[in-house]
Design a protein around this ligand. Structure first.
Ligand code: 5GP
Ligand code: MN
Length: 320
């Protein structure tokens, strides 16, 4: 069995990082790894690099130690890439390439073979955080590490509601809450709570949503002008696609926001049939069977038409 500490033996300089636009699982898995390695390897220089995570994650211990600027430094002895493949590391990718040993822990089906010298990639796992729990030595677990892992799991499973939740996920969560942190508050404050602006923009996106393909698809988008009006950032748009997915009769939800002229960051979700990872991968992105994303160019209608073609093709195949 892969043991993280064993894999890091003898390293003096370790860099931990995850994907661009880090979500709860990315932050949780990176911070749990950081807290664990710092504890068992106090002599090593360990850095965690991430694009600025949302403030809601500041409840994780050592959140203030996260480095958001990746200065090109000496080659790390070990680079640990979490919750992604190397091409989604953003500015940290150059350090990954230079590292003497590369470790990849991930659960994206679009990264099934892994990108490290050592890989622990389990596409059926709920989250990268659940995988971090597998590979750390349990006698060194503590409340703060447990909290970070728990945050990662709840974010990627939508509080244990998505189909990626397995009996093992729940068993892991049970072992984690036994450490005694205040999980109901954690769930409220990192998952359900919305700022006034987040609710306003959610309302607006729902108001302007369209259903098509006989009600099986729902789509909405937010343009840069609207984001500027609300003074919103991409982090304020999380959750909108999930709200579109639960419209009665909808199998597939598409949400996109404008990141440049005629360029959109696209989020895809499905309920039961459509493999959205396949759709996103076709357009250069990736993800999971029920949740995936990509970046696409063109007008809103071009993007919807291009995506629909691939979604419809799958729906026809299952005679949905
Ligand atoms: P979200 O829609 O929440 O941004 O992402 C859903 C899932 O797809 C997440 O697991 C995320 O990591 C993955 N994902 C989103 N965008 C991309 C992308 O551009 N490329 C890849 N490979 N995965 C993505
Ligand atoms: Mn994840």
């Amino acid at each position: 069995m892969f043991r993280l500490w064993k894999e890091c033996e003898g390293a003096e300089n370790i860099v931990i990082s995850g994907h661009v636009r880090p979500d709860g699982d990315c932050v949780g898995s990176c911070m749990a790894t950081y807290l664990f390695l710092k504890k068992v390897m106090p002599e090593a220089r360990i850095k965690v690099f991430l694009e600025q995570p949302a403030d809601i994650f500041s409840c994780i211990q050592d959140y203030d130690k996260i480095e958001t600027e990746c200065h090109i430094d000496e080659a790390p002895d070990i680079f640990i890439a979490l919750d992604c493949e190397k091409t989604r590391l953003g500015a940290a990718e150059v350090l990954f390439d230079k590292a003497k040993k590369k470790i990849n822990i991930d659960h994206h089906i679009s990264n099934a073979s892994g990108c490290g010298d050592v890989n622990y990639v389990v596409p059926t796992a709920s989250s990268a955080s659940e995988l971090v729990y597998d590979v750390i030595d349990k006698e060194y677990m503590d409340l703060e590490i447990a909290k970070a892992i728990y945050i990662g799991i709840i974010h990627d499973t939508g509080i244990f509601q998505y189909s990626n939740t397995s009996p093992k996920t729940l068993q892991t969560a049970g072992e984690l809450i036994a450490f005694g942190f205040d999980f109901p508050t954690l769930i409220d404050e990192t998952f359900y709570e919305k700022t006034y602006v987040q609710n306003q923009i959610l309302g607006r996106a729902l108001l302007e949503s369209i259903i098509f393909m006989d009600g099986k698809c729902a789509v909405s988008y937010v343009d840069q002008k609207t984001m500027a009006f609300y003074n919103a950032t991409p982090k304020d748009l999380e959750g909108i696609v999930n709200q579109l997915r639960i419209v009665k009769g909808v199998e597939c939800a598409i949400f996109m926001y404008e990141i440049g002229t005629q360029q959109y960051k696209v989020s895809l979700r499905s309920c039961k049939y459509v493999d959205v990872s396949k759709v996103a991968t076709f357009f250069g992105g990736g993800g999971h069977v029920r949740a995936a994303g990509c970046t696409m160019n063109g007008s809103f209608y071009d993007v919807v038409n291009n995506l629909s073609e691939h979604i419809e093709e799958q729906m026809v195949q299952v005679k949905y």
